[in-house]
Write a protein that binds this ligand. Structure first.
Ligand SMILES: C[S@@+](CC[C@H](N)C(=O)[O-])C[C@H]1O[C@@H](n2cnc3c(N)ncnc32)[C@H](O)[C@@H]1O
Length: 422
């Protein structure tokens, strides 16, 4: 393709056009023709600007030199057997330049980019161009940086410039990512100042990596650019999820292993969260019979008793409560420890390897074993339980810099389920 640039400062383009990928494009599929507007200036001083009619500060680019420059570009193109240029005015008042436009420009055989200066163009110039593009809602002194941005974004889309066609194929805003933002990328080292690379990327499991990346594209785009097309639904879990609220073995404030008392509030809220996020059941795990009976009574009040008549909706959640005397009993009810994956949550990781939520979510999106997510009451699950889990979710960090981080198990459960399945 030929890119013709009209500018008062052609020298700005010279190093740019000789460097890196643009340099490679400029000696390959992209021929850049620089036209110095000054050569088309009027009179002895080759003047290209004048004061505005009606008064006001600054100078305005005159129409005659600009049109003469564009016509000279056309004449050269005709002589070379090229099509006439698609003329683009660079202006803060134009349509926002973006990746879709870069793709459109890259398909053209000949494009002219017109750079303004001073207070901009005489309005009549607009009648001689096909479109007007802006780099964004800010005003620069001239159109050269905007023209370079168009050249740079366009040139890397031309065949052969990047070497690896895939590199531009799956980038932010590309159709391959549904127009969304690219997933996070990592390279060596595997760990830097405690920051690790998501395990899934080193797993060699292409299906899981693909699922993780798809999940990341949607999550990132939703968070940062909900206006983009790629802000789509996050993939739903393909696996069944159960939740267990463990009252033993858990820690007390001094680190001792204890059994905590069951609370009405925990039972209600965890059941409601579990059902809201598509969980199979909430397991209340308690070794004390009287506490299990209490849990049963609460459940029955809402599932069959007067509670159901008052708030029928509550029965939907509490019907999914299961009561067990130990985790072993839960494992057995779910088909055996070998048939499920046990995931834990912990307020503090304490030197244990943890898995980020994005990765955990990507794992859930792939078919696999049923997952049982354990939540500890008191000061959290006992260390042996954390160690024996198949996966430990990263701690919920709270606000950056906040010295306080002590969420209730109800809040932690809701946040966790939202991140995994919301
Ligand atoms: C100082 S600006 C003129 C701004 C004009 N007076 C206005 O308010 O719309 C001078 C030239 O810089 C270029 N320019 C400035 N900001 C731009 C942007 N955001 N995108 C593209 N070109 C820009 C245009 O070529 C413009 O003619």
């Amino acid at each position: 393709m030929r890119l013709s640039v009209v500018t008062l400062f052609p020298e700005l383009f010279e190093p740019f056009l000789a460097t890196s990928m643009v340099g490679r494009a400029a000696t390959g599929p992209m021929e850049v023709e620089l036209t110095n507007l000054r050569e088309f200036g009027l009179g002895k001083h080759r003047s290209v600007d004048d004061t505005p009619y009606g008064g006001g500060s600054g100078m305005v680019l005159r129409v005659e030199p600009l049109v003469a420059a564009l016509e000279s570009i056309d004449a050269k193109a005709t002589a070379a057997g090229l099509p006439l240029a698609h003329r683009v005015l660079l202006s803060p008042q134009g349509k926002r330049f973006g990746q879709a436009k870069a793709h459109e420009i890259a398909k053209r055989e000949h494009v002219a980019l017109v750079c303004g200066r001073y207070e901009g163009f005489d309005e009549r110039v607009r009648s001689f161009v096909h479109e007007e593009l802006s780099l964004g809602d800010f005003v620069m002194t001239g159109g050269e940086v905007a023209a370079m941005a168009v050249i740079e974004a366009t040139s890397r889309l031309l065949p052969g410039v990047l070497g690896n066609e895939e590199s531009s194929y799956a980038e932010s805003f590309s159709p391959a990512l549904d127009g969304g933002l690219e997933y996070p990328q990592y390279t060596r080292p595997a760990e830097f100042r405690g920051m690790t690379v998501p395990e899934v990327l080193a797993s060699g499991h292409h299906g899981q990596i693909e699922a993780w990346r798809r999940e990341q594209v949607a999550a990132r785009t939703n968070l940062r650019r909900p206006d983009l097309a790629g802000a789509t639904e996050r993939p739903a879990p393909a696996r069944k999820i159960d939740v267990a609220l463990v009252h033993h073995p858990v820690l007390d404030r001094d680190g001792g292993v204890v059994t905590t008392a069951m609370t009405n509030l925990d039972l209600h809220d965890l059941a409601r969260s579990t059902v809201s996020y598509g969980g199979e059941a909430l397991w209340i795990v308690h070794p004390i019979e009287a506490q299990r009976e209490l849990a049963k009574r609460i459940q029955m009040h809402w599932v069959e008793g007067s509670g159901k008549r008052r708030i029928p909706d509550r029965a939907t959640a509490l019907e999914r409560v299961r009561i067990a005397d130990s985790l072993e009993a839960v494992y057995e009810a779910l088909g055996g420890r070998g048939e499920i994956e046990v995931w834990t949550t912990a307020a503090r990781a304490k030197n244990r390897a943890v898995v980020r939520y994005e990765e955990a979510r990507a794992r859930l999106a792939e078919p696999g074993k049923r997952v049982l997510v354990l939540f500890g009451t008191g000061w959290g699950l006992a260390p042996d339980l954390l160690d024996s889990a198949d996966l430990r979710l990263e701690p919920i960090a709270g606000a950056k810099g906040s010295p306080y981080n002590h969420l209730s198990v109800r809040a932690a459960c809701a946040i966790t389920l939202d991140r995994l399945a919301g």
